[in-house]
Design a protein around this ligand. Structure first.
Ligand SMILES: [Zn+2]
Length: 378
């Protein structure tokens, strides 16, 4: 067995203990106090792994953490690790004891997306530092707002990626696969203004914003196309004030997913140029593309092939598959600025953003070993 894998396998329970510690400290994106507390905890944890830490203050969201190892002074391009420590779960979503293990599977808020991956990253570095002479410069960028579109970290991540030799993204891995392409993501608000009126005594004086919005929902959803991979989802709608009032206002939140830039541009225009059906209704659209598509470029496939070679020939993996994901990740930013990027290097499991979110415990050491070996090969 490879020395790195042996070292990590022997520490399986320590790694798992860290995952429990991470998951138990619940950190929903929109809870700044908790996010900042997690960031501080993470800074202390990273120091324990020999990292130098920089807390990056953010007013609107939780603070980010930038961790470095190695000598960054001689111009050698660092390896960039990317992860996020926010989750989609409000505190208490999993009850009072959010973490549990059953039959070798660990459950909890963010265990898969993506605290398991964060822990693997630190242990990969520890193994490299203890067992090898690895002294490459490394930047591990941990952001606090990935689940809310990375509005306050995108520029920072792009800057780190531009400066890096490669970006390794520790996002969750469905079924153990590497993620070699991702859909682009757009988010939009559609606001409709009609004219209120009494539904009984003045039904023809009103302009129903609800009626208007309903037509746009159908129109938007008709753009979903399984063949091209384009999907449009109106995730929330609201409108009107009372059952006997013709609604003066209605609004919707829209999510767009597309496979490539051309389709991103086309659909962005479709959504932004919604025209009112009723001549007196007003339709206002705000928002846009928040994550570019991550394409399966030669850079990406080369990294994937390298990972597969290491996994199957050295680390005893039966196979290492690849997947295209409809979910967004900060890997898209790294790839978009031209940096070789491999995504999905995190924990193996399933159920991101679902209450059955879970990881397979025995994969933790193997995946950390894979990351460590990849970092040596960069
Ligand atoms: Zn994630």
């Amino acid at each position: 067995m490879s020395k790195l894998l042996q070292y990590l396998t022997e520490r399986r329970n320590d790694i798992l203990g860290d995952v429990e510690d991470f998951v138990t400290r619940e950190s929903p994106s929109d809870d700044k106090a908790r996010m900042d507390a997690f960031c501080e905890f993470l800074a202390g944890y990273a120091k324990g792994f020999g990292g130098e830490v920089e807390v990056i203050p953010v007013k609107e969201r939780g603070n980010h953490l930038r961790i470095t190892w190695g000598d960054h002074s001689d111009g050698e391009k660092p390896i960039l690790l990317v992860g996020h420590f926010d989750t989609v779960w409000p505190v208490g979503s999993f009850g009072k004891d959010p973490f549990r293990i059953e039959d070798g599977v660990a459950y909890g808020p963010g265990v898969f997306d993506m605290k398991g991956g964060l822990v693997q990253g630190f242990w990969a570095i520890r193994a490299l530092r203890e067992l090898t002479d690895f002294d490459r410069p490394v930047v591990f960028f941990c952001n606090s707002d990935e689940e809310v579109h990375s509005f306050y970290s995108r520029d920072l991540i792009e800057k780190e990626a531009r400066n890096a030799r490669a970006a390794l993204v520790l996002e969750s891995s469905n079924g153990g696969n590497m993620t070699t392409s991702r859909k682009g993501v757009g988010v939009y608000d559609v606001e409709v203004t009609g004219r209120e009126s009494h539904a009984g005594s003045n039904p023809f004086k009103g302009v129903s914003a609800v009626d208007e919005l309903a037509r746009h929902v159908l129109e938007l959803h008709s753009n979903t196309d399984a063949e091209t991979g384009t999907t449009v989802n109106v995730g929330t709608i609201s409108g009107g004030t009372r059952v006997n009032v013709i609604a003066g206002k209605a609004k919707a939140k829209v999510n767009l997913r597309v496979m490539d830039e051309v389709e991103a541009g086309r659909m962005d225009a479709v959504i932004r140029n919604l025209k009112p059906h009723h001549p007196e209704a007003l339709v206002e659209v705000s928002g846009g593309i928040v994550r570019p598509p991550m394409l399966r470029s030669p850079d990406v496939t080369a990294l994937y092939e390298k990972a597969r070679e290491i996994a199957t020939s050295e680390l005893g993996f039966d196979a290492l598959g690849e997947t295209k994901s409809g979910g967004g990740s900060d890997g898209s930013f790294c790839a978009d600025v031209g940096t070789p990027t491999l995504d999905g290097l995190g924990a193996v499991g399933q159920g991101a953003h679902a209450t059955h979110e879970q990881i397979i415990v025995d994969h933790l050491p193997k995946r950390a070993a894979l990351l460590a070996r990849l970092m040596q090969e960069m």
